[in-house]
Design a protein around this ligand. Structure first.
Ligand SMILES: CC(C)(COP(=O)(O)OP(=O)(O)OC[C@H]1O[C@@H](n2cnc3c(N)ncnc32)[C@H](O)[C@@H]1OP(=O)(O)O)[C@@H](O)C(=O)NCCC(=O)NCCS
Length: 164
């Protein structure tokens, strides 16, 4: 399996994959695939990686700038992330996240934050200490991984493509 940056020819496959992966999820509002297009259009798709095997896209992850208490400060958000349903729980998501974090680190980013299932993201180094908040959400779902610099605290805000 190859993890590589997206190319223009991957755009529709990423959209279809994201739609298919999120569709069965009870928490999904089916907007995730469109969010990726909107991030790309806005120039906010900082890193977009695909997992490819035999010329088929099996997984995708997006990273985009976030703000904490109104300041970007070198922090990025992870997501949406998707793996084709028939290949989930085989390490593809973990490989995409590891590569994305390594690239963020190379770029000098201070850290990465996300909203998601702690059972999954704690396996790849994310933690929640209750210091980041997001619209009244239970802080266990708001997780972060510090690459360098201070531990952040305050209100997390995603790129405009994610909506208000
Ligand atoms: C979430 C998703 C991207 C994870 O990708 P994946 O390839 O299935 O995950 P991996 O096999 O790399 O697993 C990574 C770790 O998380 C754990 N994990 C994965 N899915 C899990 C689940 N549903 N519940 C609990 N733990 C889970 C794995 O056990 C693994 O830990 P380990 O290496 O210590 O065993 C994938 O399941 C998916 O596309 N889901 C549908 C879309 C979605 O929910 N996206 C994320 C929204 S926050």
């Amino acid at each position: 399996m190859l993890i590589r940056h997206e190319t223009p020819g991957d755009v529709d496959a990423i959209h279809d994959l994201t739609w298919a992966a999120f569709k069965p999820m009870p928490f999904s509002d089916d907007t995730e695939a469109d969010i990726i297009r909107a991030l790309r259009a806005a120039g906010d798709l900082t890193i977009s990686l695909v997992a490819e095997e035999s010329s088929k896209i099996l997984g995708h992850v997006a990273f985009s700038p976030v703000m904490i208490n109104g300041a970007h400060n070198g922090w990025f958000g992870l997501g949406p992330i998707s793996v084709v349903p028939e290949r989930q729980r085989q390490g593809i998501g973990k490989a995409l996240i590891a590569k994305g974090l390594a690239l963020l680190n190379e770029r000098g980013a201070n850290g990465c934050a996300l909203i998601g299932n702690p059972d999954i993201y704690s396996r790849v180094g994310f933690e929640s200490d209750g210091r980041l908040t997001y619209q009244g959400l239970d802080t266990r779902y708001i997780q972060r991984l510090v690459l360098r610099g201070p531990i952040p605290s305050g209100a997390l805000q995603f790129a405009p493509a994610f909506g208000p």
